[in-house]
Design a protein. Sequence first.
Length: 216
Amino acid sequence: MLIAPSMLSCDFSKMGAETEKMDKAGADWIHLDVMDGHFVPNITFGAPVIKWIRPFTKLPFDVHLMISDPLKYVDDFADAGADYIVFHVECESDIEKTIDKIHSKNIKAGLAVKPKTPAEAVFPYLHKVELALVMTVEPGFGGQSYMAENIEKIAKIKAEAKRLGKDILCQVDGGINDKTIAHAYQGGADVCVAGTAVFKAEDSRKAIDNLKELCK
Ligand code: DX5
Ligand code: ZN
């Protein structure tokens, strides 16, 4: 299991140091939650902040765009150093154009589904993306409870990807902790995002090690 700590739960006054800390603690990716106060009822940070913290680690930057018009900002996030740009199938941008734009910047593209959106919503685009993100909370805030029923979407997405002869990563985001990660793993998750479980732990390294250990 790959673990992607969500910087949404870090101390924003020292985001560079917090990023470095996650690298040293054994994180696989750095998950960056971008919110625009329109697609979700919360505002976080944008591309300039990501650019500032980019030099603090060589780990992949997994940028989760919870914004209404991702197409408009692909250039900015690409230039800021994103390795994955993941956006929502429920957004207002043209989905195919957004995926193509991401790929034109040599970045991997991912599509996310909110809890109320069926897995089938991503099927028309699966042949074009490298990652599918299944949300296990309503996007907008860290620290919410895991909605287990969403995990069923992973098997559906993986079956469709297999049918298309396409290898994609499935990521789970929301409420992942030592009580829930085994369920996501058994459901087929390849990458788990964890904010609260890693940042609020006394020892982030132990927390990440433990999450990985629970997926064996
Ligand atoms: C929610 C974000 C998540 C969130 C995860 O909108 O996409 O990445 O920060 O936080 P936890 O792990 O605390 O649920
Ligand atoms: Zn996220």
